[in-house]
Design a protein around this ligand. Structure first.
Ligand SMILES: O=c1[nH]cc([C@@H]2O[C@H](COP(=O)(O)O)[C@@H](O)[C@H]2O)c(=O)[nH]1
Ligand SMILES: [Mg+2]
Length: 232
C-alpha cells in the first residue's frame, strides 16, 4: 500500500456477476428475447448494459438492435424469464468466503447494484442468510436517491453515506465485474477491484483500477490493509 493511500475501512460489493452468477442468466434471457424478432444479442451490447439501471439498459438494447418492443414490453418479457431463473443463481467462487471473512472481522460491508427491488428480492431469495450479513443494499433502479445508474458514481456515494460512520470515499473498497461498475467506483473516488468477464476489454480500465482479478478466489485482503484469511 502506498504511503498516501488511506486504510480501507469499508467494503462495497456489486451483485450480478460478482457475488452471484446472474450475468449468465441475463445473457440467456436476452438472447431469447432478441432472437424472437430475429436479432442477435451481442457481448458488445451486454458489456454496455451491465450495471445500468433497468430502464436505461432496456432502451440501449432496443435502440442498438432496433427491437420491435417498447421499454415496458422488453422489461415485461425479461422479468417473466428472470422470475424463473434468478432464484436458483449460484454464488460465484470466492465471494462467500470473502463476505463472511470481512463480516467476522467487523468490517462494514454493503451492496450497490443496478437491480430494482423486485429483481433483488428474486436474486437473494436463495441466499437470505448470506445477504443478511450486509449492513445495507442500494438498488439503483428503485432508489430515489440514485439519480444516475453506473457508470455514474451515485449508487456508490449513496451507499457510502448510509454506513453509520460515513467513511471517506478513499477508504471504501469496491468490488465490481462490470466496466460501468468499475468506472462508477473510480468516479466515486473509491478504490476498485475489478473482476471482469474474460471477454471484457481491459485496455481502457485495466490501468485505472487498483487491481484486476480473474476470480474473487484470488483476492488477498492484506494487500489492501484488511485482515488476512486464516492460515494464508
Ligand atoms: O445482460 C445484462 N446484464 C446486466 C444488466 C443490467 O445490469 C444490472 C445489474 O448490475 P449490477 O452488476 O451492478 O448489479 C441489471 O439489474 C440490469 O439492469 C442488463 O440489463 N443486461
Ligand atoms: Mg455486476
Amino acid at each position: 500500500m502506498a504511503q498516501s493511500e488511506l486504510k480501507i475501512t469499508h467494503v462495497v460489493f456489486d451483485v450480478d456477476g460478482l457475488i452471484l452468477d446472474t450475468e449468465r442468466v441475463y445473457t440467456e434471457c436476452l438472447e431469447e428475447i432478441c432472437g424472437e424478432s430475429g436479432h442477435q444479442y451481442t457481448w458488445e451490447i451486454k458489456a454496455r448494459q451491465m450495471g445500468m439501471k433497468e430502464h436505461e439498459s432496456a432502451k440501449l438494447c432496443i435502440d442498438e438492435l432496433n427491437l420491435p418492443l417498447t421499454v415496458e414490453e422488453y422489461l415485461n418479457k425479461l422479468r417473466t424469464k428472470l422470475a424463473q431463473k434468478l432464484p436458483s443463481a449460484q454464488v460465484l467462487p470466492g465471494a462467500e468466503k470473502l463476505i463472511r471473512h470481512l463480516h467476522s472481522h467487523n468490517i462494514p460491508i454493503a451492496v450497490a447494484t443496478g437491480a430494482d427491488n423486485w429483481g433483488f428480492e428474486k436474486r437473494v431469495s436463495g441466499h437470505k442468510e448470506l445477504f443478511s450479513l450486509f449492513s445495507h443494499s442500494v438498488l439503483s433502479s428503485s432508489d430515489p436517491e440514485v439519480k444516475y445508474g453506473k457508470p455514474a458514481p451515485d449508487c456508490f456515494l449513496v451507499c457510502a453515506a448510509r454506513f453509520k460512520d460515513t467513511p471517506d470515499p478513499q477508504q471504501v473498497l469496491v468490488f465490481e465485474d462490470a466496466p460501468n461498475g468499475a468506472e462508477a467506483g473510480l468516479a466515486a473516488g473509491m478504490r476498485v477491484v475489478w473482476v471482469p468477464d474474460p471477454r471484457a476489454d481491459r485496455s481502457k480500465l485495466g490501468g485505472k483500477v487498483d487491481l484486476v482479478l480473474e476470480s474473487l478466489e484470488l483476492f488477498k485482503p492484506e494487500c489492501f490493509g484488511l485482515p488476512p484469511y486464516p492460515n494464508s
